[in-house]
Design a protein around this ligand. Structure first.
Ligand code: APR
Length: 175
């Protein structure tokens, strides 16, 4: 059994996988970019689930590097894993380990939820300003490390890049 590590150009909301990862903020109340697209297309069920998580688990908001699971609502995926990436300029020192934590937390949550195909956006590389090349390297390394230690966990880990530039950078880093 080998885990497919794939790179595609596309829209995370269109992915027919078990789980898609949302680049959320700590409020879990939605936003722009990936977050906005997922809530807009997934519908109110996602926001309702996020509100319930805030009410019962994370009253002060979801900390950077953590991940939570909700329904995917009207999206083709089965579930959404919301994670909060680091804001690059806010904490350069800890940004790399926090971005790694987003990947490992999301993979751990998918694994324990028996979700065998998962799609990531390039977390933190938009509004949160993380340099694309560094993010691509960290996300690949963290994914490979998880696969090496849990070879049976996933059938596919997919990275969905929104434009040609991002795809090219991920391909360069990964080749
Ligand atoms: N599918 C795949 N990738 C996308 C999509 C999409 N529909 N929309 C944007 N992207 C890409 C962006 O081009 C960027 O490379 O996802 C990457 C992450 O960008 P953001 O969505 O801005 O996420 P992030 O940088 O983590 O900032 C999070 O932005 O939307 C708000 O509520 C969110 O406050 C949070 C912050």
């Amino acid at each position: 059994m080998t885990t497919q590590l794939t790179l595609i150009k596309g829209d995370i909301t269109n992915q027919s996988v078990d789980a898609i990862v949302n680049a959320a903020n700590s409020s879990l109340m939605g936003g722009g970019g990936v977050d906005g697209a997922i809530h807009r297309k997934g519908g109110a069920a996602i926001l309702d689930a996020c509100k319930e998580i805030r009410r019962t688990q994370w009253r002060g908001g979801l900390p950077t590097g953590k991940a939570v699971l909700t329904t995917a609502g009207a999206l083709p995926a089965q579930a959404v894993i919301h994670t909060v990436g680091p804001i690059y300029k806010q904490d350069r020192e800890r940004a790399p380990s926090l971005l790694r934590a987003c990947v490992s937390s999301s993979l751990t949550l998918a694994h324990t939820s028996n979700l065998r195909t998962i799609a990531f956006p390039a977390i933190s590389t938009g509004v949160y300003g993380y340099p694309m090349r560094e993010a691509a390297t960290l996300m690949r390394d963290e994914s490979q490390q998880y696969i090496d230690t849990h070879p049976e966990a996933f059938d596919e880990i997919r990275f969905v890049l929104f434009d040609d530039r991002a795809l090219q950078i991920f391909q360069d880093v990964w080749s």
